[in-house]
Design a protein around this ligand. Sequence first.
Ligand SMILES: [Zn+2]
Length: 404
Amino acid sequence: MILDAIERASRDELETLQRTRLRETAARRGLDPGAELRDLPFTVKDDLRAAYPLGLITVPHEQLVRIHASSGTGGKATVVGYTRADLDVWTQVMARALAGAGVRAGTRVHNAYGYGLFTGGLGFHQGAERLGATVVPVSGGLTARQATLLRDLRAQALCCTPSYALHIAQAVREAGIEDLALEVGLFGAEPWTEGMRARLQAELGLVALNVYGLSEIVGPGVAAECLEGRDGSHVQEDHFLIEVIDPETGGPVAPGEPGELVFTTLTKEALPLIRYRTGDIGTVTLEPCACGRTTARMGPVQGRRDDMLIVRGVNLYPSQVEHALLTVAGIAPHWQLVVERPEQLDEVTVRCEPAEGGADRAALSERVRVALRERIGVGMAVELLEPGGVPRSEGKAVRVVDRR
Ligand SMILES: [Zn+2]
């Protein structure tokens, strides 16, 4: 594995580079280049929408060599533009993400991310080509054909969303294919859990790695997990500066605590963004990684800012409850959170159920209670129902019942 020098630079070296580049980015945006990061204003998705389509582009439009757009759920699409140098940065960070997953010259890469306005397809494509890998640009759809091509072309790396990977796995099963050559999967563009990782690894016989990105910042490749560590995605900190903030106050959270992920681009020309609030909730650590990279690592995205509950003054994300429950052996992955305010204080009850009947219920309840307190820091009551007792839903599960 060959790392770029900056990926194993000292924190001092990296932060010096970030300060220099932050000044350049602030100047591009017409802001005070001498300002401290915390004094610069946030940018939000609505700023991009208000400037639709190209109002936030800071270069003459003839310098744009590519335009992408993300689908506008309930509003206008978000349009982003790239100069030649921007495409080069994006290609570099995607090449690093793929190299970190073991892809090298000659590796066969089956790219089932959608090609087109969405940044997934072309982002992975460029990075894989830069490494000299052999790209199969399948794009999304025609799932039975995906399975046949995986078998016939002997792809070693699979790139797509984790939910689509499960779909492909099903098509592989249905076609009776048993001899895939897959070694690694690079999955992203939607949040996923450790449970999903285990399932993808078992069904496709590969190592499943997370790739994080968003088109506003560059596309996929903002951060990526390494093959050696598989424990958080390395942020490409020479190009993107990450902060974790309290979504209510905008102030920093304590190290390791969950909060809203905020990115500042450090090298973008066409669409430099200062302190862009992603709405994604996650954590960041500077603990050393087995791979030798010194860059900060993001934990998995735990949910969206809009899902946050405030319970007795503590920010609580429903997904934190799920993560805590998943650590308790013997607990089924079905749960519900009930929030009440009988007097002055909020009370939270976690309803969950044993994976099978006959468990020692008192001991199981206690293990759940301890896991919740240790992982979340808010005391919660535990109501252990019978197996099948948590209401099931046909569509999106109802995880929170707020009776306040
Ligand atoms: Zn690592």
